[in-house]
Design a protein around this ligand. Sequence first.
Ligand SMILES: Nc1nc2c(ncn2[C@@H]2O[C@H](COP(=O)(O)OP(=O)(O)O)[C@@H](O)[C@H]2O)c(=O)[nH]1
Ligand SMILES: [Mg+2]
Length: 691
Amino acid sequence: MGTAPSANLAPSPRSAFGASGARMIALVGPAGAGKTSLAEALLFASSAINRAGSIEAGSTVGDASSEARSRGGSTEINLSHFDWLGDRFTLLDLPGAAGFIADGFAALQSADLVLVVVDPVPERAGLVEPLLRRLDALDIPHAIVVNRVDTARAGSVHDLIDKLQPLSREPLALRQIPIREGEQVVGYVDLAMERAYRYRSGSESQKIEMPADIADLERADRGKLLETLADFDDELLETLLMDDIPDAMKVMADLAEDTAHNRVIPVVLTSALTGGGIHRLLKLLRHEAPGPMEAATRVGTTDGIHVFKVAQGSAVGRLTYARVYGGLLQEGEELVVGDKTARCGSLFAVQGEKTVKQASVGTGEVIAISKLDDASVGMVLARKGGAPSDVAVPDYPPRNAKLAIAARDRKDDVKLSAALHKLCDEDPMLEWGHDEATRETLLRGVNDDHLEVVLARLRRRYGVVVDSRPPSVAYRESIRKSATQRGRHKKQSGGHGQYGDVVLEIAPLERGEGFRFSDRTVGGAIPKQWIPAVEMGVRDALEAGPLGFPVEDVAVTLTDGSHHSVDSSELAFRIAGRMAASEALAAAAPYLLEPICRLVVDMPTGTGSKAVSVLSSRRGQILGLLPHPDWERWERVEALLPEANLQGLDGDLCSLSQGLAQFTVSFDHLAELTGKQASEVVLARKDVAAA
Ligand SMILES: Nc1nc2c(ncn2[C@@H]2O[C@H](COP(=O)(O)OP(=O)(O)O)[C@@H](O)[C@H]2O)c(=O)[nH]1
Ligand SMILES: [Mg+2]
């Protein structure tokens, strides 16, 4: 009986400040800031797990895949959940490393609140700029969590805020300041409540007397916080102007409202390692993360199922990770997936690598669904009878890394393509295909780091070992002068013979003109029906010219020839055409062409000139170094660079810019390559051909 569950379209009720109902919280930030550790600390503090694991011991709920464990850093999004004071919270821990971060981009759109996790190191503030830009563009409420506060130097939290503020569209509101004893951070002052707390390992912080030596700083910072809030609250502004003391409840309510509406970005302090500030963070999640209706509006649905990830690696087969909006979703329920309908299979709550079957899930919850094979990232599946839609994920990074791969054991070829198909299904940044020209199987990904993990997954999950190397560069060749050549193919070996005879004139064309063939024979020297065969023969010869590469920019004219009434055939003329063209090319001063790419490199201001020297040392031609057209504090370098010199460029540019460099590559033109470099390329080609 296809009875659909009744959809609950009413927004979840709001408590005094904040919403209730299941919330989805995303953790983002640079690699190493402590996101996976913070997720672990939140799970532990909420009693979802009874022992806090660590990255070092390889015992965290997140990073359970062997690739993540062996690197000591996340390679895909980690999903986990906990219950806190009656509400369900799903945590999405996004990888920080450039090669993997895009795995979480679709998920961000469904998050109620994003925690931007940073180090208390002001010099590293710039690392979150691209993330803050993305969150601002999508208008997703977010808070900044200064983690590793146990390692903070004196004054570094304030320096960090000064560095972060210009990177954020909205004002930052520092909610806590650290209390120090000597070199140690031992607690914090809550600026909204004007209360001091001492961290206690493994449990909630303890309220203490406000330390006397922090009072001045506390007053100044609290003043700034209240001023920020007063910008959005006239009543509070009035109170401040009258020098009255604002009501604490009112301040808290303002903070919750402003955070939920992405008007103010709260900043809190934690130590995932010692548990410091974690309970305070739980309270922030409870009171300040808006309910699922805001995210539903952003995703453009009231009761749809937003698919944000497909996972192929689990023990239960292909899983579709999705957030449920607008009422209960039940196992076996019929859904509209694109232009089809499908029943969802089992529903699994995900806790790291563990999956627990559930009969149904409620609004706002995040679930892994089996058997929805047509569901893909970005789809919003509809309930029975509804209209499905899509949410586009903006600005995926470009795929700047390429590898040519081959199964080490030829018997694995079929297994390899099946495995690549699955890996691409779950990884929006991975692409594979065959290059016709070079006959290579190519993998394309974000950077070398990304492809390295892809190869590890191939090995571990699918048992396919591949050899990989940089892909061949698509060299071409052309000719400098004209030449005329006769080609005669004649065989008289008893019975039916073969006879084709052509005279070809070849001449260089302008760069980019390609190939032109014309027929100038007269008087039926070659009957019309064989002319196309001659052209085919010429094309055969152009596939690999005298230097071993496809030939470009030549005009070939058929000027003369002869035929035999019995022995001439299509094949004979094709062979004659190829012979004449090959010899003519060799006599026409062939030279090598290499592909030149256009690069657009975006770097933080001050690092562009270093990028210029890296590009120049790779035979790049610099077209310009200018301020970035859209981003403050960034500059843009445009350059032309031989494709052969792209290998490893990403690593070089990233090491100049704390990993922030971004670039796009597109084919621009073919350019002549001469001298030693050209001879090396030709020699290498001869070696390959001889092998
Ligand atoms: N001292 C200190 N170390 C931390 C803290 N949080 C995480 N770490 C360590 O920082 C490293 C990176 O942590 P991880 O959670 O993998 O960071 P992620 O890349 O942001 O997920 C690991 O060695 C953690 O043990 C913290 O609050 N204090
Ligand atoms: Mg991590």
